[in-house]
Design a protein around this ligand. Structure first.
Ligand code: SAH
Length: 363
């Protein structure tokens, strides 16, 4: 038997939150009946704190042009086989109009990282126009990498109110092994702090199941989320991409293990942080068709349906086996609606769906 049993006994009775070592023990669970207890507990804590309601964020993969060269990422700048694109304004606005008409409460603009004035201006212009056309109703999250305080203030003033920037791993040594020497963990962390100071609702997250990553690292990641006091978490399993240094020559990943670790990480994060928003990310679905529903059952409460025009989907490939490459936004909405109904949850249409954690902080 695993030592997780007494920890679960205590947590099920509403006892004190797990400490670091206990989180490691929970992340190590393999026994099927203990796993079921872990997920059931996380689900209960989710329903008590954020409800059995899923929020949709329509994801727009705006551009795959990127200045960064992360060793794991398919759209890294030195991957020559990527066909680079940037969506036209009208294409972005067609997608956000669709999201609004279909009662998605908010959208996410995601892209590779660029800091040049042309890019910064385009985002400011788009954010303002999305707000205008939706009469301020559509919430806007940006996921555009590290930016200067000046740029972030501009985008915030234009109307963006949430920002997603994964720290990727809270372990600085591991971070250094996964990125070129000029990519700085500290700069990324500082950027997260700046975002909070400006007034953004901040989201961060990590990749799960990275080479060299230990369960202790993952427990430290959860403590990092707490320390930063973020309102939302977006994390998912690491997946390989053939055209990257991290995948080249490396053994195949054990997909079931990656999926399970991703789900356990969601569960333990929910149990520990309780009232934050946690995304059930596409990387889970890449590992198993119903991966995102499993994420919801393990404690996640946000899904980011891809609403990018299908003609761009294959070019925005961070990892292999990206799902739904040929499924348009309408098909995706239909399919997700059915999947969510099947697990007995409702969808928070027309709501921004800020986390209770963020609302409490603001008081
Ligand atoms: N450039 C932006 C956002 C785009 S990348 C930024 O830096 O925030 C979005 C996320 O995809 C990254 O934060 C990373 O965690 C994830 N990602 C990249 N490559 C991946 C891979 N091979 N497997 C799983 N996730 C990956």
């Amino acid at each position: 038997m695993n030592d997780a049993q007494p920890i679960l006994d205590r947590l099920e009775k509403g006892g004190a939150r797990p400490g670091r070592d206990e989180m490691v023990t929970l992340l190590a669970i393999e026994d099927a009946s203990l796993l079921e207890r872990l997920f059931r507990l996380a689900y209960r804590i989710k329903v008590e704190n954020v409800g059995a309601k899923v929020y949709f964020r329509g994801l727009i993969e705006y551009s795959n042009l990127c200045e960064k060269d992360c060793f794991y990422c398919g759209i890294r700048s030195s991957n020559p086989s990527v066909h680079r694109y940037q969506m036209a304004d009208e294409e972005v606005l067609a997608a956000t109009d669709w999201a609004h008409q279909n009662r998605y409460g908010s959208v996410v603009l995601q892209a590779g990282e660029r800091q040049d004035p042309l890019f910064v201006d385009s985002i400011a212009r788009l954010v303002a126009e999305i707000k205008r056309r939706s009469e301020n109703r559509l919430g806007i999250t940006l996921s555009l990498g590290e930016q200067s305080e000046e740029t972030l203030r501009r985008w915030f003033a234009a109307g963006a109110h949430r920002y997603l920037l994964r720290i990727e791993t809270a372990n600085q040594e591991l971070y250094a092994r996964l990125h070129p020497g000029d990519h700085s963990w500290q700069a990324r962390r500082d950027c997260l702090e700046t975002l909070g100071r400006i007034g953004f609702q901040v989201g961060t997250g990590v990749m799960i199941g990275l080479p060299w990553q230990t369960l202790e690292d993952l427990a430290d990641d959860i403590l990092f989320f707490q320390q930063l006091d973020v309102g939302m978490i977006g994390m998912g399993p690491y997946l390989r991409h053939e055209g990257t240094p991290l995948a080249a020559g490396a053994p195949d990943l054990e997909r079931e293990r990656q999926l399970l670790l991703g789900l356990k990480m969601i569960a333990v994060t929910r149990i520990f942080l309780m009232d934050v928003n946690i995304a059930s990310t596409t990387a889970l679905q890449a590992l198993r068709d119903e991966g995102r529903e499993l994420g919801l059952k393990a404690g996640a409460n946000v899904i980011m349906p891809n609403i990018t025009d299908t003609k761009y989907r294959a070019d925005y490939k961070l990892y292999e086996d990206k799902p739904c490459l040929d499924e348009n936004a309408n098909q995706c909405r239909q399919c997700l609606g059915e999947r969510i109904a099947a697990i007995g949850e409702t969808i928070g249409f027309d709501e921004w769906g800020d986390s209770p954690h963020f609302r409490k902080r603001g008081k």
